[in-house]
Design a protein around this ligand. Structure first.
Ligand SMILES: [Zn+2]
Length: 439
């Protein structure tokens, strides 16, 4: 039943090196091994850099020994290695390695004290161009919300009151999270053959700059953490677990491990440097995943009939919440503009928080959390919105949309490749509608 999907998916994106020669016969195998060791060495300078590693344990031990390698030494190694990758015959694998290595170089230059403005950080670390969004877009979305949300008077107060009703009581959260992951996994498994033995654990945590996080542990297993600093909304909890789990981060990781690392011996996929182009593909697909596995009507029915009773919430107006969603997503772009104010223009934090409250319609604690995220992750902010736009444009709205989506999860893909395919096929899908920023 599921095999035809895999065959189709391979046909969608031309894939060089499909004949899977033995390890060592491809000159990129040696480059890949050195890339992995280099990323581990760079990780000594920043504990958040290596997001996942499940390659040979002795490489990790080697990187952990002695003093961290000096920045100048790492920079030279990255530049040389990139040149070696570029000298290999053209392939998607080569392009992936070249872009990842360019990101290592840029990150190491920043470690060395070089100040990089957001637009260049986005280009050098993530292989993306970041768009500008004007106040008039936010104003139009606010007017839309004025018409949709119940009540009179101040819009921020009305929005707050409306959203409050959807907050999941902390003692019900675990049951809701488990139900979401079960449903997301069932729906994903119906569309894509998941490797046998894959698994995840869930942990509820506090005091983090993000809402949830997928920690990939290798061996087809993830730890999914859900942060309860701020209440989770019943309207977005399914999307959040889709993002972290199925067909989001956990799914992409297990497919890469199973099909590329184990299947082809492509070790470059056994390490995940967080600040790199691969994050754009990961965040973009994770954000779009919700629409791949369920229609809007199915999502509303699941939230109303399954999640609301589990959360002990009654009388929720899901129809209005759904109507408001697109406008809220437009307001999500206020975060990108706020990031420019904070990080490039040096505006005081209180000004940035006020901007987010006014134009992003965020409550103050959420605006402060957004600022905390920007300070911690910089241009990573744009991996969500730009990634989502690139993925939407690439998969299009045709009958092969689902196949094209899953074909992004199990092979080397860069944002540049998606941009080229988007340009070749013309714009597809609506403008970015991201509302989720959880690594
Ligand atoms: Zn994420």
């Amino acid at each position: 039943m599921r095999a035809p999907l895999v065959v189709l998916a391979v046909a969608v994106v031309a894939c060089s090196g499909c004949r899977a020669p033995g390890r060592g016969s491809d000159p990129l195998d040696a480059v890949a091994d050195e890339y992995v060791r280099l990323v581990l060495a760079v990780g000594r300078h920043d504990p958040g850099y290596v997001d996942a590693y499940y390659g040979p344990p002795e490489w990790k031990e080697e990187a952990a020994r002695g003093e961290p390698r000096p920045v100048a030494d790492l920079l030279r190694a990255a530049t040389e290695l990139r040149a070696r990758a570029e000298a290999a015959p053209p392939s998607d694998r080569r392009e992936f390695l070249v872009k990842q290595l360019a990101a290592v170089e840029a990150f190491v230059r920043r470690l060395g004290g070089e100040r990089i403005p957001l637009e260049r950080e986005a280009r050098d670390l993530y292989d993306i161009e970041i768009p500008r969004h004007g106040i008039e877009e936010f104003e139009a979305a606010r007017r839309e919300l004025e018409a949709i949300l119940p009540g009179e008077g101040d819009l921020a107060a009305r929005a707050q009151e409306f959203q409050k009703r959807f907050e999941i009581p902390p003692d019900r959260l675990r049951a809701v999270v488990d139900a979401c992951l079960g449903e997301a996994r069932r729906r994903t498994a119906a569309l894509c053959e998941l490797p046998a033995g894959e698994s995840f654990r869930v942990s509820i945590v506090r005091d983090k700059p993000w809402g949830a996080y997928n920690w990939y542990e290798g061996g087809l297993s993830s730890l999914i953490e859900v942060n309860t600093d701020l209440p989770l909304s019943l309207a977005r909890v399914f999307g959040l677990l889709v993002h972290e789990g199925y067909p989001g981060h956990h799914t992409m990781n297990i497919l890469l491990e199973d099909r590329l690392v184990r299947g082809r011996g492509w070790r470059e996929f056994s390490v995940y440097p967080l600040y790199s182009p691969t994050s754009v593909i990961a965040e973009g697909t994770a954000n779009v995943g919700e629409e791949i596995v369920a229609t809007r009507a199915e999502r509303v029915a699941f939230a109303r009939d399954v999640l609301a009773p589990l959360a002990g919430l009654e009388g929720l107006d899901f129809e209005t919440m759904e109507k408001a969603r697109d406008a809220w997503r437009v307001l999500g772009h206020a975060r990108g503009e706020a990031a420019r104010m904070l990080l490039d223009e040096g505006e005081p934090e209180d000004e940035v928080v006020a901007f987010l409250m006014r134009h992003g319609l965020l409550e103050e604690p959420r605006a402060r959390k957004a600022v905390e995220f920007m300070r911690a992750y910089g241009a990573y902010e744009f991996a969500y919105t730009v990634g989502e736009d690139l993925v939407r444009a690439h998969i299009g709205n045709g009958p092969d949309r689902v196949e094209r989506f899953f074909a992004l999860l199990d092979r080397p893909v860069t944002p540049s490749m998606l941009r080229r395919s988007g340009e070749a096929e013309g714009p597809a899908g609506p403008a970015s509608r991201s509302d989720r920023r959880d690594p």
